[in-house]
Design a binder for this molecule. Structure first.
Ligand code: FCB
Length: 480
């Protein structure tokens, strides 16, 4: 079905334009109102893990400045705000075996944020897990331990019960690929482990956590939409005529895309991924009945897309002395590509790049949305993140003239529109990010915001891209 009202330049009526952030990246206030440490507090306090020794201790201070930030979004005419809830604020004394008492002050904070948003006409979209796992759970095994999934579902029920009367969208997990492989195999994200078998156990327990939480949210907030956000890769072989390159692409597609999509949409793990990783683990952490739980009906899938992926086989005549492998968020000595790192190389694409060194190709946005449309018919799609870091300079007029970011957003929004016109049921687009913020292992060195943050004074200044995005949000038209 195509959207009759969509044209190549105008989004269908009712399409939502919003912005996104995540708790550890913007909140600060890490020791306030009963919050206990998350794995990102521990990781960022470990020397050498985050560029410049930066931490999320203060970040954008949104915990205190949320009213100002909501007013900013209202001025920018944004229709929705995707934020995440910090688990260590809600049940700060969770253990692997018991959720522990609920911290009312944590719930009150998010409840006040939701009310502030609704009063400003902005729809809240709540992510339940954007990587800030309570440290106590990591101490007992983290996502490699099945009990983390069970506790997560209980925590999800607490949040859904408290906010479900006002929040229409709950996203269980953000990018389980990063949480599992960057956290447990590459070690470039918290908790910084380099244990390939633990990473695959984490993949499964995150899938299980999604399924258990989806069920819990439905029960606690029957009217709400349940979604999952994935960072799928638009992966292509360097040489389509090369069987070895095609096989390299199959491996990466398996590890990044199908190991999440297949269990969630179809209740199975892809046989080729199980075979590719057989020397690492026997997958015995998948228990009878788990896959039925993982394959809960979904209302929406969130796609986070930033950059294309092209791979080759190490046997390719074009093979080079390779970088450890495209992991997106910083390269360590270990690879995130469990079971395939010795066989696959990531191709440095020519052409424009962002400050993350991520190649730019908006076609991946269209392709992935159409793939999701084909694989998950009847499930709504949302672009829950898209955006770019560029070396912004504040001009003499005090403003950031970020034409590069505006061009990136324009090209990717046009690519979303292409998917809509081709029939994909895309309902929303959230720019990453509202604010410059703590960019994980890169600390404050990479600025993704459409709003500039002066970290010394916490002054927020909309960049030119924010004004551009506001015009789009108001008109639905992708300006030329
Ligand atoms: C995504 C993360 C988000 C942000 C962007 C740049 O992978 O979900 O928190 O870091 O990348």
């Amino acid at each position: 079905m195509t959207h009759p009202a969509a044209t190549t330049r105008t989004f269908p009526h009712g399409f939502t334009f919003g912005s996104a952030t995540a708790s550890y990246q913007v909140e600060g206030a890490v020791a306030e109102d009963g919050r206990t440490p998350s794995i990102w507090d521990t990781f960022s306090a470990t020397p050498g893990k985050v560029l410049g020794g930066d931490t999320g201790e203060v970040a954008c201070d949104q915990y205190h400045r949320y009213r100002e930030d909501v007013a900013l979004m209202r001025d920018l005419r944004l229709g929705a705000y995707r934020f995440s809830v910090a688990w260590p604020r809600i049940t700060p004394h969770v253990t692997p075996d018991a959720l522990g008492p609920v911290e009312q002050r944590g719930l009150d904070h998010y409840s006040a944020l939701v009310d502030e948003l609704l009063a400003a006409g902005i729809a809240p979209a709540v992510t339940l897990y954007h990587w800030d796992l309570p440290q106590a759970l990591e101490d007992a095994g983290g996502w490699a331990d099945r009990r983390t999934a069970e506790r997560f579902a209980e925590y999800a029920a607490v949040v859904a019960e408290a906010l479900g009367d006002r929040v229409r969208t709950f996203i269980t997990l953000n990018e389980p690929w990063c949480a599992a492989y960057l956290g447990y195999a590459a070690g470039v994200h918290a908790p910084g482990r380099t244990e390939p078998a633990a990473a695959l156990a984490a993949v499964h327990h995150l899938n299980l956590a999604h399924g258990l939480a989806a069920r819990a949210v439905r029960e606690a907030a029957p009217g709400a939409q349940v979604a999952l956000t994935l960072n799928l890769a638009w992966v292509r072989p360097e040489d389509e005529a090369s069987e070895a390159d095609v096989d390299a692409a199959r491996r990466i597609d398996g590890l990044q895309n199908r190991v999440f999509l297949d269990p969630v949409l179809r209740g199975t793990y892809p046989a080729d991924v199980l075979a590719d990783t057989a020397s690492v683990t026997d997958w015995s952490f998948v228990h009878d009945g788990d896959l039925d739980v993982v394959a809960q009906p979904l209302d929406a899938i969130g796609l986070n897309y930033y950059s294309p992926t092209v791979v080759r086989s190490v046997t390719s005549p074009r093979a080079t002395v390779a970088r450890p492998g495209a992991d997106g968020h910083g390269a360590g000595a270990a690879s995130p590509w469990v079971g395939s790192s010795h066989l696959v190389q990531f191709v440095d694409l020519p052409g424009p790049r962002t400050e993350m060194d991520w190649a730019i190709d908006p076609r991946g946005m269209t392709e992935l949305l159409l793939r999701l449309h084909a694989e998950a018919p009847g499930v709504q799609l949302q672009v829950t993140e898209n955006g770019a870091a560029f070396p912004d300079a504040v001009g003499e007029d005090g403003v950031v003239h970020d034409d590069d970011r505006t061009a990136y957003l324009q090209a990717h929004l046009a690519a979303v529109l292409d998917a809509v016109v081709a029939g994909a049921d895309v309902r929303a687009y959230f720019v990453w990010s509202l604010l410059d913020n703590f960019e994980w292992a890169y600390g404050y060195s990479k600025r993704f915001g459409v709003v500039h943050v002066d970290y010394g004074t916490q002054v927020r200044t909309p960049k030119d891209s924010a004004r551009w995005f506001a015009r789009l949000a108001a008109s639905g038209e992708v300006p030329g």
